[in-house]
Ligand binder design. Sequence first.
Ligand SMILES: Nc1ncnc2c1ncn2[C@@H]1O[C@H](COP(=O)(O)OP(=O)(O)OP(=O)(O)O)[C@@H](O)[C@H]1O
Ligand code: SF4
Ligand SMILES: [Mg+2]
Length: 356
Amino acid sequence: MTVRLQTEGRVSEGTLLEIADVKTHFRTERGLVRAVDGVTFSLERGKALGIVGESGSGKTVLSRTIMGLLPSTAVLSGSVRFAGQEILGLDARQMRHLWGSEMSMVFQNPMVSLNPLMKIGKQIIEPLQIHLGMDKTNAVATAERLLRDVRIPEPEKRLGQFPHELSGGMRQRVMIAIALACGPTLLFADEPTTALDVTVQAQILELIGEQRKDRNMSVILVTHDLGVVAGHTDEIAVMYGGRLVEKAPTRELFANMKMPYTKSLMRSIPKLEDPSHTRLLTIPGRPPDLVNPPKGCRFAPRCAYAREKCVQHEPPLIVSDTSSEHFYACWYPVGSPEFEERDVEIMTNVGVGGSA
Ligand SMILES: Nc1ncnc2c1ncn2[C@@H]1O[C@H](COP(=O)(O)OP(=O)(O)OP(=O)(O)O)[C@@H](O)[C@H]1O
Ligand code: SF4
Ligand SMILES: [Mg+2]
């Protein structure tokens, strides 16, 4: 089903990214894997969007689709407009002028993305020379300023060091400096903090937020953890089984979440007072098989509120009664009489939070 959001056709001057009915399927021996299966949303300049969802829900594939970083087994359809230009399906040669200077990406593990054999300085200076045509002196000065921007002490010294000489948090800052080097208008941060401890996580997210404001850059922050995005985004998009199942301004989502799945993600956030060894609560059951997804609501086999209608018919993405910017796909949303009735029953029987 084609989902129509209110933002479609209402291109404001501030819109940077518009995605309409994007499908990214992969040809495999088992058949077509519907990794992203009809996603529509738009993002304004300078705003931060969080994409959340369990492992395998399609967050990274969606980001890579927008960046044009997919293997040749990918079959694409729909539309991705970046600054008004259609970019879906452009090849690497055509995308190259956008990478770095228009969009860039910070990945989860800086040890994988940084070249271990190359000094930090060279890894920042080279893109500046190649993409922005800077001479060496200018590029070195810019690299030092970038390291200072991301709060790396003694930047002159760091430029001469190798990645293994830096702590995990410092390496992630270097990755951010590299991603920011050519002044992108859109930064993807794909699980940028999961490998870091909680204090450093918070600092890195603060840093991305500051840089966003200073540069009027848009940010897409990808994570499986709703708690991570809470204080660092303007809007949140929730993905499940390749579909966008809820999207709302951050405050509105936390106040009035509608999808039982979003609520389950919320329950899986660890509490500050939990001892560090406490396992994260997970949602019982498995994510859907993306080769043969369920025909109705994809969450139905795991949803405590599922009824016959959910199994038979896929719920469309509709606007919430609580905000015209809030969309969700559920027949029996949180807060509806049917939901409340079932919620009381389930909490009484199994306790809040599901199984660990
Ligand atoms: N090249 C590929 N070929 C076939 N299937 C793929 C390919 N890349 C990803 N997938 C599948 O697409 C689905 C979505 O993957 P994706 O990496 O986007 O998940 P994710 O939401 O980023 O998960 P995580 O939180 O673990 O990073 C998964 O089922 C994955 O196995
Ligand atoms: S549509 Fe039904 S199965 Fe799907 S999330 Fe809503 S209540 Fe649960
Ligand atoms: Mg991922």
